[in-house]
Design a protein around this ligand. Structure first.
Ligand code: PLP
Length: 445
């Protein structure tokens, strides 16, 4: 065992990890990265098949992002946003307003996806208090939702495995069925169902809208649920219904933002303009922790007043608006523009689709889901009767271990194999990664 691996096992507690299992197996420690490859302490290279947990966009050690951080280091590494501002944070706010859907004109910074959503929930709650609608205190979210790991975001979450233990700590929310066609409990054929999953929202709001502050949703893709994709028209319908009943819509684009779905933001697929949008992960191209909650003038103005009116939004973190992270985010956006990243995605998405078509035929592949370069491949013990593997079989984890032997780092969600390559991956690299996944599934299942 290498010394760093031994020290890791002695001192580090990893997130979302059963440490007993971690300690019992050989583990990789990453020493460097270049382009879309990670390099371990033994010098072995691996494709970064999940973009270092869905954050990396343009590859590692991109000279423009590296340079932007170095230049900013020569000026100031950190200063507070409480009572002060800084140049990269201001410049970035202007650009975020420019690239996000119309109407989102104000930017509130925080540090990760969870805090961006936490901010949105608190802002929505307080907004209605200022508007005199004191009863609007509840949130609607989707079953299987994942919006982060703080107590507020766990409250609007719906993944039983992660959230069950914390139930006594949480505030109560209303959950409506997930719009995943493959797992649909309401109707099995999306083409003729008339979006009954969205009708569930209308049913709740028709009766309870006076108590509902906002609905929070992962637009187009419920990522941590296992890349569950919503059917065409669903998101637009949700916007229509929330608007009709005067309920705010919070689009959580932490996972889907910055080109992952083939457009800059998932909301663009259905022309949706939310009241709030949360961003993180890809915001810095995957280089530094940073997050933003964007909102409308209407919401912002409800917080204006003298101190005695008690309308201030009392929320903030020490590293909010960190200049190094904002400089990285500015470089990230510049690369999107200069290298026409979104325009270049179509052939990559098509290549992935073609490879995934081949995978559908595999005996134990139940469902293949793709939205842009977000891919989920769901394994089933019996795909025709939709019988999953028993939990103990850990088929998803075994496939990912096998893929590692072939030089690809991926991470499953249960029995869903996730592939979310950096947008900088070439057509050939995407094909290679998916070929490794196909081969690994074949050998393991
Ligand atoms: N929201 C969504 C949609 C996510 O997918 C995630 C993380 O996967 C989060 C929020 C939480 O982000 P973070 O892990 O940066 O706190």
């Amino acid at each position: 065992m290498m010394d760093t691996e031994r020290k890791d096992k002695t001192f580090v507690w990893h997130p979302f990890t059963q440490m007993q299992d971690w300690a019992a197996r050989p583990q990789k420690v990453i020493a460097a990265a270049k382009g879309i490859k990670l390099i371990d302490t033994e010098g072995k290279e691996f494709y970064d098949g999940v973009s270092s947990l869905w954050v990396n966009i343009h590859g590692h050690q991109h000279s423009k992002i590296d340079q932007a951080i170095i230049e900013q280091l020569g000026k100031v590494a950190h200063t507070t946003m409480l009572g002060l501002s800084n140049i990269p944070a201001v410049e970035l706010a202007e650009q975020l307003v420019e690239v996000t859907p119309c109407g989102l004109n104000k930017v509130f910074y925080s540090d990760d996806g969870s805090t961006a959503v936490e901010v949105a929930l608190k802002m929505a709650f307080q907004y209605w208090q200022h508007k005199g609608k004191m009863k609007k205190q509840k949130f609607i979210s989707l079953q299987q939702a994942y919006h982060g790991d703080t107590v507020g975001t766990v409250s609007v979450g719906g993944i039983d495995l992660f959230h069950r233990v914390f139930k006594p700590l949480l505030f109560s929310t209303v959950q409506i069925p997930s719009p995943s066609c493959y797992h649909c409990q309401i109707h099995s054929e999306s083409a003729i169902c008339g979006l009954q999953c969205a009708a569930a929202l209308e049913a709740v709001l028709a009766e309870h809208h006076e108590e509902i502050a906002a609905m929070v949703i992962e637009p187009m893709v419920q990522a941590a649920a296992g890349m569950l994709m919503s059917p065409p028209g669903y998101l637009a319908k949700i916007r229509e219904i929330t608007r009709k009943y005067d309920v705010l819509l919070i689009a959580d684009e932490v996972a889907t933002g910055f080109g992952r779905t083939g457009k800059m933001f998932a909301c663009e697929h259905e022309g949706v303009e939310p009241d709030m949008m949360t961003l993180s992960k890809g915001i810095t191209g995957g280089y530094m922790p940073l997050a933003a909650t964007l909102t409308t003038d209407e919401i912002y103005q409800a917080f204006l007043g003298g101190y005695s009116e008690k309308k201030t939004f009392y929320h903030g973190h020490s590293y909010t608006g960190n200049p190094l992270a904002c400089a990285a985010a500015l470089a990230n956006l510049a690369i999107f523009k200069e290298e026409r990243v979104i325009e270049g995605l179509a052939p990559k998405i098509e290549a992935a689709a073609a490879k995934l078509k081949e995978m559908e035929a595999l005996t134990h592949v139940g469902s293949v889901r793709q939205c842009g370069l977000i891919i989920g491949i769901e394994l089933m013990q019996d795909k025709y009767c939709k019988i999953p593997y028993p939990w103990e079989a850990a088929s998803g984890a075994s496939v990912c271990c096998k893929a590692r032997e072939y030089g690809l780092i991926i991470r499953p969600i249960g029995d869903v194999i996730i592939c979310m390559p950096p947008l900088a991956s070439t057509v050939e690299e995407i094909e290679t990664m998916l070929e490794i996944i196909k081969r690994s599934i074949r050998e393991i299942t």
